[in-house]
Design a protein around this ligand. Structure first.
Ligand code: HEM
Length: 520
């Protein structure tokens, strides 16, 4: 705690303005219009003046009208930081990617830490997928990893992005999170249940962005300089350890400080407790892929233990706060398709659709030249793309704008090692509850944990109509009879609460919408 006059400032984040004044003992310069004209002090007020003659007023106000750009359709709320990635192990046997070769090599990175279902201004501590979007400024271009803190994805049918997104976000009339919508959709598309059981478990609310693992989820194809290919899943393992919040802790924190995750990230870096992760990859060879008895490209399931080997690659360390959130975090544009030689990328249908939709969203949100915004810019770039809305930077000046040309415009190179064909992956559309059952029986470590999952599920079923509830109980029983039984008993107990108490609960739950809505 620091004192300022009589005010106690609770943490480093609250001292940001004091820090600024500490660094600048005098005003940092003359105030100007955005065109640079110095502002006369008479133009800083309009009272009793002719407003149209004010040389400052219109530029200032019309700029404010345009301060907001569209928020991301998902992962709207976030914090960010800069840092580096350092190679600790030689993985050149598996990939020729320059960024992962040469022990000790450091690559600058930027990360955006977000929560999936909250809008800007929402509550960080919701029971929700947390994410890191990581941008590596490598010598061979930008390499992005978009990750979730749970190790599998909601669905394998990309069309579900929009429809699942609607069902799990806000009711279009009430604007509330709506458990009927969620359970209706989930029971009609049961593959979504596995990732949601993860979210209902103790792993569902990590204690801040630093204290959890992150997974890019897809099986990526990578190749070495001899053209040999491997299929890998990358994992970012937190070095500080896994810590989660209980429902009660999350409720209490969320009521006090909905920005708990962003505050923790900011304060930790300021206090030099740098968040860090070990990057490793689980590897299957081409032959393994043919041999295993599950679909390794299906993002709704985990690779079965014992079928792959894990190899460490390096360390990710976030050691610098962003100076300006809008400039560096809101304007950041990530795409899983930002890849480098040595990493061909994922081959599944979800990835193939993501390739299209990230640049599409960013062309809308930031404009077609979003790669020219400082935070997105690669170390080196020479293209034949031209013009469009700002920023165009030098727009490749007077270089030829067509290709091929005989006038020394930029030339392509030959990557001898790059595989010539991509594997074609066809997925089964059968409903497979095995991943959910595996999670419940093999990954969840104790009966007490199974009981907490059942109670979280039951709590979310409290406000669901009978026919959907029946379908949900049937689905849970099909996953595992014990899960169905536990949820059913918990639900009955919760419903037996006297009607007066029940009214109180509901009142509370509306007063703290996070209890039944955000937390699921
Ligand atoms: C069909 C599948 C998916 C589609 C169509 C999709 C689409 C999108 C879109 C349109 C955005 C907003 C981009 C922007 O405005 O800059 C976004 C953000 C994001 N997505 Fe996905 N997504 C999909 C699956 C996934 C998966 C599997 C992951 C994680 C492994 C993921 C992680 C993220 C993250 C972390 C962000 C936030 C990026 C940021 O911080 O700017 N998404 N997604």
């Amino acid at each position: 705690h620091r004192y300022y006059n009589d005010t106690i400032l609770p943490d480093i984040a609250s001292q940001q303005l004091l820090e600024f004044r500490h660094q600048h003992s005098r005003p940092i310069g003359l105030m100007t219009k955005i065109t640079g004209e110095p502002t006369d002090i008479r133009d800083t007020v309009t009272l009793n003046t002719e407003i149209f003659d004010n040389r400052n007023f219109f530029r200032l106000m019309s700029h404010q009208d345009r301060e907001r750009i569209p928020e991301r359709v998902v992962h709207s709320k976030a914090g960010g930081a800069f840092g580096y990635f350092e190679v600790t192990h030689d993985v050149s046997r598996y990939t020729k990617a320059d960024v992962f070769n040469e022990i000790g090599k450091r690559t600058p990175v930027m990360a955006r830490f977000s929560t999936n279902r909250q809008k800007l201004g929402g509550n960080d501590v919701g029971r929700d997928a947390k994410a890191i979007a990581l941008k590596m400024y490598t010598n061979e271009g930008i390499l992005d990893f978009l990750t979730f803190h749970i190790p599998l994805f909601f669905y394998k049918e990309p069309m579900k992005f929009s429809l699942n997104g609607h069902a799990f976000r806000r009711n279009p009339q009430t604007t509330l999170f709506d458990n009927i919508m969620r359970w209706d959709f989930m029971t009609l598309r049961p593959e979504i249940i596995t990732s949601n059981l993860f979210l209902m478990s103790d792993l569902g609310i990590p204690d801040g962005y630093r204290k959890t693992d992150y997974f890019p989820l897809h099986a990526y194809e990578i190749y070495n300089k001899h053209g040999e290919r491997f299929f890998v899943k990358f994992n970012f393992r937190t070095e500080i350890g896994l810590y989660n919040l209980t429902n009660a802790e999350a409720m209490a924190i969320g009521a006090e400080d909905p920005d708990y995750f962003n505050r923790d990230l900011y304060n930790a870096i300021a206090a030099k407790k740098y968040p860090s992760w070990r990057l490793e990859m689980d590897i299957l060879t081409k032959e393994d892929v043919k041999r295993v008895d599950f679909d390794p490209f299906d993002m709704t399931r985990l690779w079965r233990r014992g079928t792959y080997r894990t190899v460490p690659i390096g360390r990710l360390v976030m050691n610098r706060r962003v100076d300006n959130h809008f400039r560096d975090v809101e304007q950041a544009a990530f795409s899983p398709d930002n890849l480098v030689p040595g990493i061909t990328g994922p081959v599944d249908i979800v990835f193939r659709s993501r390739k299209i939709f990230y640049p599409d969203a960013q062309n809308y949100r930031l404009g077609v030249n979003h790669a020219n915004i400082a935070v997105n810019a690669p170390l080196y770039e020479k293209t034949y793309s031209r013009d469009g809305v700002a920023p165009v930077l030098d727009n490749m000046k007077d270089a030829p704008n067509y290709f091929p040309n005989s006038f020394n415009g930029p030339l392509p190179y030959v990557d001898e090692a790059r595989p010539r064909d991509l594997p074609i992956v066809l997925h089964s559309n059968a409903i497979d509850l095995q991943p959910a059952s595996e999670f419940y029986n093999e990954i969840v470590e104790s009966d007490a944990h199974r009981q907490r999952i059942a109670e979280n599920v039951a709590s979310s079923l409290m406000s669901v109509v009978d026919d959907v509830e029946k379908r949900a109980l049937l689905l849970l029983t099909l996953i595992d009879v014990d899960l169905g039984r536990r949820v059913s008993i918990s639900l009955k107990k919760m419903k037996m609460v006297s009607s007066e108490e029940k009214r109180d609960r509901l009142t509370q739950c509306f007063a703290h919408p996070s209890q039944h809505y955000h937390y699921y």
